[in-house]
Design a binder for this molecule. Structure first.
Ligand code: DQA
Length: 146
């Protein structure tokens, strides 16, 4: 029996991590990040599912599935959909658990169109600018709270 269950969602273009603008997003690949998160969750006896998608609807379907599969929380880096997607906000509003929004870069230090997040209207916590450590900080916050 696990102590909790979390879904980690990565939005569009994050499959390119490691080679995509490494000066902004770092040198780790998405697989590096997911593997470290899986290890972290396992040590704490948490269940973890991770998904990356370049498609808004697929991210929404995963949020809907999390409503039914016993997920306690969602950690989401919606990537560019952060700044555009009312549909992802609506899906998260239909999810009853905790939601933590993570950005690798400090979006507030960047172009002004990145300063607004639809997802932040729902998120219980927001972490930006800590690189991949942001996902671990989010997971720790969930574990300590449960
Ligand atoms: C990002 C920031 C977004 O503005 C951008 O579109 C991304 C990644 C981040 O993790 O820093 O793709 O969410």
């Amino acid at each position: 029996m696990s102590k909790g269950k979390v879904l980690v969602l990565h939005g569009p273009n994050l499959n390119l991590l490691g080679t995509r603008q490494p000066e902004i997003y770092g040198h780790q690949t998405l697989a590096d990040i997911d593997n470290a998160l899986r290890e972290h969750a396992l040590l704490e006896e948490w269940d973890i599912n991770t998904l990356q998608s370049n498609h808004e609807g697929e991210l929404i379907d995963a949020i809907h599935a999390a409503r039914l599969d016993g997920s306690d929380a969602i950690i989401i880096n919606p990537a560019a959909y952060t700044h555009t997607s009312v549909a992802i906000l609506d899906a998260l509003n239909a999810f009853d658990g905790k939601v933590i929004e993570v950005h690798l870069s400090n979006v507030h230090k960047r172009e002004s169109f990145r300063h607004h997040s639809y997802v932040s209207l729902r998120a219980d916590g927001v972490i930006a600018g800590l690189g991949s450590q942001g996902y671990h900080a989010a997971l720790d916050a969930l574990i300590r709270e449960n």
